[in-house]
Design a protein around this ligand. Structure first.
Ligand code: ADP
Ligand code: MG
Length: 719
């Protein structure tokens, strides 16, 4: 097996660059593969265009006639662009995107066809997508339905139609359906609140800008690591002598092969209308980040899924492999997404933008404080929204960010909230400036962020938006964004009702608002934390404050099924109990499968590759020891090594054997939650580290020439 490693290294070291030159201006090709509003407007009759536009803006249904017209225009447009097929593009709960391509060409008539009915709805043969029992019980069919609010696009030679994926009874089987509903809920709730001040606000849109981290390694080296190929992460591998301690990679110059790759995927992304704008190195060697400009949340979420796919495809051209797994390499930083989120009105106001106008600041404070309250009340749900086998290696595993949910707001805003809280029973007399008296007239519109930045917080206010940093690198953003928008919608609804009640009692509107906000500030204070989120002190402090610190996915998922969570999802018609239960079943099952696969990979690699290598090397040492003995020279050093190797071999064999027995036992458990907890506690926690420790020790003892697995230092310092 060692020869495979050296062959891979040879290939990797002798790569030539796949140069990418971009001669056109971005504006010349941005969105060229998107069937967007501009294209529709130029190809559709004005009446039809108006109807589609209304459907997009208002979330209304598209009638059959309109759908036919759109389908026909989309087909003509797609054919001129060289497309031959179309597909409903959807996001099943497996975590990636799915598509089934149909040809435009209709052999019976000899021409290309695309009817409105095929645009609006399809029935993919999707019986193998997870449904958590929703489909198998009585109705096996699943449907995909067009989501007009996310534009169609051409990918390769296929016209892709963003769709939702639902069961026969309309139950959500995907990520997009609940996101659309949560966004609608937050729109409704936020609009009501805004109308307390401004009747011109008729719509509030949630925005998302998704910073995406990733690792890149050479394709041949990737292929020579069965653990990466099958499980997305290295289950073994000794830390390189030099990791990320020098921090010299961060914002350093980008290696040329990676730079070509970045330019390559950016061009493809931009053609698809994904507004990628930032690129840089991340902290760990071979780790990078890409960030687009923020967009409407539904589109941004689709774009993030598409971007990951584009990156994987373009990486091929550069003989690279891009890794989105949350923790591909032990001892180095993991991979996350930073989901930057805000709410913006149809009048163009970002509700999280502090302002120099005192009046507007009251509106800012409403949204700011309600969001903090929402996170406080539903921290466990937010935690659950980012729970996955991969992300467990980040959250709660001595890594950024911690599994404890907290909100960072910076010293300036802390001072504002503290003052507002303390101003207790300040009476504002007639003609007095309420804002001044309460100290909310002086919120600085620009939050100084250099000194105030806290990189360790899972949920941070960064000037004019919140940044949710606990999202996993591989996650579908829709999962966490569904929860975030749902809980904020719920909180804003409560707030609005409380204000109405006070007003009815005769309290002046602004005074009523301030009183309620003050109450919220007090109640939710425990969730605010400005210190180092990675420190042990915080773990202790958080416990004192009564905040949860849920370490693993199987238990984190319980938060979806609490009375409180069900109420949030039911109240706003985002997910029913049945859907919530089904989705948890799917996630527990997916967790089990992931740990099971990793456990098998570990066992196979250890027994088939590592132990035989160790034995072969041991034999060489035994020969050497005997030779030395024959010459009457001390062989103590060699004997020591032989003994160490023997010890590690024994550990590996015993632990792998025990781990297999444990799996056999667990596989008999029917209840998926119990089984998932079993896999977590009795497979992962009990054996993974022990086996890895022994293997990594052997890596250091055995001759480099013989070691079968590509080493960390070889994978991570690509130039
Ligand atoms: P950071 O300093 O956190 O690395 P960047 O500027 O690199 O920030 O990325 C921030 C992300 O936040 C970008 O995707 C950006 O478009 C997005 N963003 C900026 N303003 C908003 C907003 N109001 N709502 C949502 N996302 C936003
Ligand atoms: Mg950021």
């Amino acid at each position: 097996m060692a020869h495979l490693r050296f062959k891979a290294l040879d290939l990797a070291n002798n790569r030539t660059r796949t140069k990418v030159e971009v001669s056109e201006k971005i504006s010349d090709f941005f969105g060229q593969d998107v069937f967007g509003l501009r294209e529709m407007q130029s190809l559709l009759a004005p009446e039809v265009y108006k109807r589609v536009k209304r459907a997009i803006d208002g979330g209304t249904k598209v009638d059959a006639e309109t759908a036919d017209a759109v389908a026909s225009a989309a087909k003509s447009w797609a054919l001129t662009k060289g497309a031959t097929h179309y597909t409903h593009w959807f996001q099943p709960l497996t975590g990636s995107t799915a598509e089934k391509h149909d040809s435009f060409f209709d052999a019976s008539s000899g021409i290309e066809k695309f009817k409105g009915s095929a645009l609006v709805q399809q029935e993919p043969d999707a019986s193998s997508f997870p449904s958590g029992g929703i489909r198998s019980t009585f109705e096996a069919r699943g449907y995909t339905a067009w989501d007009p609010s996310s534009p169609m696009f051409i990918y390769g030679v296929t016209l892709c139609i963003p769709t939702v994926f639902v069961s026969y009874n309309g139950e959500a089987l995907d990520y997009k359906t609940p996101l659309l509903k949560a966004v609608e809920a937050v729109d409704k709730a936020a609009t009501n609140v805004c109308q307390l001040f401004d009747k011109k606000v008729t719509r509030v849109k949630a925005s998302l800008g998704c910073e995406q981290e990733y690792f890149v390694i050479d394709k041949a080296l990737y292929a020579a690591r069965p653990d990466l190929v099958m499980g997305g992460r290295t289950v073994f591998g000794h830390n390189p002598a030099r990791g990320q301690q020098l921090d010299d990679h961060y914002f350093g110059s980008i290696p040329p092969r990676i730079y070509d790759f970045m330019k390559g995927f950016e061009v493809e992304a931009l053609k698809l209308g994904i507004p990628v704008s930032t690129r840089h190195n991340e902290v760990a060697p071979s780790q990078f980040e890409v960030a687009p400009l923020f967009e409407d949340i539904n589109i941004a979420s689709d774009h993030n899924q598409l971007l990951m796919d584009v990156m994987s495809k373009v990486a091929e051209r550069h003989r690279l492999k891009v890794l989105f797994h949350e923790k591909p390499f032990a001892g180095l930083n993991g991979t996350g997404k930073h989901n930057n989120w805000s709410l913006i009105t149809n009048t163009g106001v970002n509700l999280f933008q502090p302002s120099s106008s005192a009046r507007e600041n009251l509106l800012f404070l409403i949204f700011f404080v309600n969001t903090i309250k929402a996170v406080y009340e539903n921290a466990d749900l937010l935690r659950a929204s980012v729970a996955s086998a991969g992300n467990d290696h980040r959250l709660g595993a001595n890594e950024a960010p911690p599994a404890i949910m907290s909100v960072f707001i910076g010293s300036q805003l802390t001072a504002v909230l503290d003052e507002l809280e303390k101003k207790g029973n300040v009476k504002v007399g007639k003609g007095e400036n309420m804002y001044m008296k309460l100290g909310i007239d002086k919120i600085p519109p620009i939050i100084q962020d250099n000194t105030d930045r806290n990189r360790t917080s899972p949920f941070a206010f960064t000037g004019n938006k919140f940044e949710f940093r606990a999202v996993g690198g591989n996650d579908n953003s829709a999962s966490s964004m569904t929860v975030l928008n749902a809980i904020v919608a719920d909180q804003l609804t409560d707030f609005y009702e409380a204000v109405q009640k006070e007003i009815k009692k005769g309290t002046e509107k602004r005074m009523a608002i301030v009183a309620i906000l003050r109450k919220y500030i007090k109640e939710s204070k425990a969730i605010r934390f400005e210190g180092d989120g990675y420190s042990d002190e915080w773990v202790k402090e958080a416990e004192k404050r009564g905040l949860s610190n849920i370490q693993d996915t199987p238990r984190a998922l319980d938060a979806y099924l609490t009375e409180k969570a069900r109420k949030v999802f039911n109240r706003h018609a985002i997910l029913t109990d049945r859907e919530l239960e089904a989705r948890n079943e799917i996630r527990w099952e997916s967790y089990i499968m992931k740990i099971q696969i990793e456990s098998r990979i570990m066992g196979d690699l250890a027994l088939n590759h590592i132990v035989p290598t160790a034995i072969a090397y041991q034999n060489k040492l035994i020969q050497n020891a005997n030779g030395l003995k024959g010459l009457n020279i001390s062989n103590k050093g060699v004997i020591n090594t032989i003994e160490s190797i023997t010890g590690y071999i024994e550990t590996i064999q015993t632990e792998v054997y025990n781990m297999i027995e444990e799996r056999k036992r667990l596989n008999k458990i029917e209840d998926l939650r119990d089984k998932a907890i079993g896999y977590c506690d009795d497979v992962k926690m009990k054996y993974f580290d022990k086996i890895r420790y022994a293997v990594d020790k052997l890596e250091m003892l055995i001759d480099d020439e013989d070691w079968p697995l590509v080493k960390y230092r070889e994978m991570l310092f690509l130039r």
